[in-house]
Write a new protein. Structure first.
Length: 179
């Protein structure tokens, strides 16, 4: 059969220990004031798929272990390194001091469309904001730039876990040339 689905065994999944030891994609995710536990879990699961370096949970973003996060994360809270930091502005400044380029994923006057973004070998952090309010303006102001996902529909917004997946896929495609 031309398109026979692969079995779990044929997928050659790595163990949790092997995953922890393998090289990571130099991308960090900052989730700031995310209210949906399902969104948080989905971001963890997507981060695992692309072997992202770390997730920071800020503000009132819930932290694992939580049944609703686990439901969508499917164990990715164990594979992805994560840490809670109360203040996203302080975290962005800390990351920048470490040489990390930090981008908000938001719609602003001078944002860079995702398809026009070019990254090299540096570590990149992306800040994902609240489902209704987006990334806080004070966080946007301390970032190195803003990434916008071009949209031509009537809503001009995407669920944060969907947005995160789109941005991570683009960064992963570009980063795999440097990793």
């Amino acid at each position: 059969m031309k398109y026979q689905k692969l079995s779990i065994k044929e997928l050659s999944r790595v163990s949790l220990q092997e995953f922890k030891e393998q090289p990571k994609t130099p991308v960090i995710i900052v989730l700031d004031n995310i209210r949906s536990l399902n969104n948080i879990g989905s971001v963890f699961r997507t981060a695992d798929a692309f072997a992202i370096e770390k997730i920071y949970l800020c503000g009132y973003t819930a932290q694992p272990p939580h049944r609703e996060i686990q439901k969508t994360a499917l164990g990715a809270t164990d594979s992805i390194d994560w840490e809670y930091k109360e203040n996203a502005v302080a975290l962005v400044n800390e990351l920048k001091e470490q040489g990390v380029l930090v981008y908000s994923v938001e719609q602003t006057v001078s944002s860079t469309f995702l398809d026009k973004l070019t990254v090299k070998d540096e570590t990149i952090a992306i800040v994902m904001g609240n489902e209704v309010q987006g990334v806080q303006q004070e966080v946007v102001e301390v970032c190195d730039g803003v990434i916008e996902i071009p949209q031509i529909g009537t809503k001009h917004s995407l669920n944060i876990s969907v947005s995160c997946g789109i941005v991570l896929w683009e960064l992963f495609k570009q980063k795999k040339n440097y990793c």
